[in-house]
Design a protein around this ligand. Structure first.
Ligand code: CA
Length: 374
């Protein structure tokens, strides 16, 4: 792992004008002043490959929104065409496509790339890890982004957080889950670190792509599944294949989505268009979480009131047992290599601080609100 903590967002913005000025550095003052007018004529066409089915609710449409923002903010100088999973490359090929330059941009989630490096998972979702507000805080003001930049630099990529699902749901089950013994022998779809935790609890884990989940649950090929939250789960019709809908989603407490950009493609843009990409990503990051916040609560009401879904909470004792195994699984990543250890230490320190403050802020407030409003 090469050291490139200096390749932060700040350093790329500082170096960007040199790229934009290009061969004009040696020219006279008048020509330098004319440069912006010349640059404004340049037009760029990019491809954005995604891990989502085309126009998939909130995730695929969020990628579409990002492309629209870039187009609008650049006055049409940077056009981004969005491809759904399988249109240009399969979902699993997005990382390599952007890294290798087949596409300039990609939208997905960092934990899909754990085969590239286990530490990618910290930039997406960790069981009992950071929620949406916390992961944004860690990335932007807690040292997380520079670690992410360092990791992705080795793959010729820049990464930006673009979207967050918020706290996910615990999953759909065809039987009630009260103790660890109820997990034993289940066949469940759960990817990532959560899946590894379940494997250690004697669950047979399958990592099916989203498009195959409904059929597998309906036919009994799997007994249980997690997907995202009420909005996406309702769209897949998962309530037609399982009866019990468990909460909370301990395995994905605020899953961050990502936009990855090919470093050469980004560096080839004039400075103002590089800034457009960065700030459009920030806007899309906020927008997608807002959409999930609004639509999840709406969809939950539909699932319960119109479809009779049985909501169930995992018992405290069971959550504590899952939490213990989760801590072991996550800590093992830290032991794999020095870089993963640094990411883990940074993440874990942020979580510890956040727990102390959340206890007397968000957590205390929601408990206080519940006293009157339920
Ligand atoms: Ca999920």
């Amino acid at each position: 792992m090469q050291h490139s903590t200096q390749r932060s967002r700040r350093s790329f913005l500082q170096s960007a004008p040199l790229v934009a000025a290009g061969g004009l550095v040696a020219c006279g003052q008048a020509e330098q002043q004319a440069a912006p007018a010349v640059q404004s004529q340049q037009r760029f066409k990019w491809k954005m490959v995604t891990t989502w089915p085309k126009d998939f609710p909130a995730l695929g449409t969020g990628a579409n929104n990002l492309a629209h923002s870039i187009e609008a903010l650049s006055g049409g100088r940077l056009h981004v065409k969005v491809y759904g999973a399988g249109e240009l490359v399969p979902a699993s090929g997005v990382f390599d496509a952007v890294s290798g330059g087949t596409a300039e941009m990609g939208h997905g989630a960092a934990y899909y790339w754990k085969g590239k490096h286990e530490a990618t998972q910290f930039f997406s979702a960790v069981p009992f890890g950071l929620n949406a507000a916390e992961i944004n805080g860690w990335l932007r003001y807690g040292g997380g982004q520079s670690l992410w930049d360092e990791l992705y630099a080795d793959f010729n990529l820049r990464a930006f957080p673009v979207g967050n699902t918020g706290v996910q749901m615990g999953g759909w089950f065809n039987r009630e889950i009260n103790t660890l013994a109820d997990f034993s022998g289940l066949v469940m779809r759960m990817p990532g670190l959560g899946g590894e935790v379940m494997r250690r609890l004697e669950v047979t884990v399958k990592a099916l792509p989203g498009g195959e989940i409904f059929q597998a649950l309906k036919t009994g090929a799997i007994d249980a599944t997690e997907w995202v939250g009420p909005y996406n789960d309702l769209a897949f019709g998962l309530h037609q294949a399982a009866q019990y809908y468990y909460w909370p989603g301990w395995h994905e407490p605020g899953t961050a989505l990502e936009c990855m950009v090919n470093k050469q493609a980004l560096g080839a843009l004039p400075a103002d268009l590089q800034a457009v990409v960065e700030y459009a990503c920030q806007a899309a990051n906020d927008d997608m979480l807002s959409e999930f916040t609004a639509r999840n609560s709406q969809a939950l009401k539909t699932l319960v009131d119109e479809h009779g879904v049985q909501l169930r909470r995992f018992p405290d004792e069971l959550l504590a047992q899952i939490g213990k195994v989760s801590a072991e699984v996550v800590a093992e990543i830290a032991g794999q290599d020095p870089f993963s250890s640094r990411v883990y230490d940074s993440f874990d320190a942020f979580r510890k601080n956040s727990i102390a403050y959340t206890h007397i802020s968000e957590q205390a407030y929601t408990q206080a609100r519940a006293l009157t409003f339920g």
